[in-house]
Design a protein around this ligand. Structure first.
Ligand code: CMP
Length: 146
């Protein structure tokens, strides 16, 4: 089953959007496989965004990501990379559609990151969760109250 790496960035954490964002992925039926609350250093942020190292905004991006704790997550489900990016919305907060996370909440900074392909998802998950993620099956429907 497909997996993606999702990160609530420092502005998303500071603005109290963690619950709202997790809720949107849960409500769409995706399965949470990994979650950590973590502050990364510049070397780690540079590794995560290595593909963008030639961009003029690279150093500002790294500064932003290390400016506070982030919520790093692994979500799983059918088409989770593409659908996850639809839930997140366009990169530029000025262009993200209402109804998307960025469209509804992003001001200036863009609140959240999602892998742009299944392959990059695998790379990012390996970087952020070298210890692996949880293998679990929901038993919700078999619980019985006596
Ligand atoms: P993200 O989904 O984390 O992927 C790459 C990040 O680079 C993106 O979100 C933005 O935070 C940042 N980014 C992309 N394009 C620009 C830009 N033109 N100016 C500033 N930051 C950008």
């Amino acid at each position: 089953m497909e997996q993606t790496f999702i990160m609530i960035k420092p502005d998303g954490v500071q603005r109290g959007l963690v619950g709202e964002i997790i809720s949107r992925f849960e409500k769409k039926g995706f399965t949470l496989r990994g979650l950590k609350f973590i502050t990364v250093d510049s070397a780690f942020a540079e590794k995560h965004y290595a593909d963008l190292s030639a961009k003029p905004f690279f150093s500002g991006l790294v500064e932003y990501i290390v400016s506070g704790p982030v919520v790093a997550m692994v979500w799983e489900g059918k088409n989770v990379v593409t659908t996850g990016r639809k839930i997140i919305g366009a990169t530029n907060p000025a262009e993200s559609a209402p109804g998307t996370i960025r469209g509804d909440f992003a001001i200036g900074r863009n609140v959240i990151h999602g892998s742009d392909s299944a392959e990059n998802g695998r790379k990012e998950i390996a970087l952020w969760f070298p210890e692996g993620v949880a293998e679990w099956q929901s038993s919700l429907h078999s619980w019985i109250y006596e």
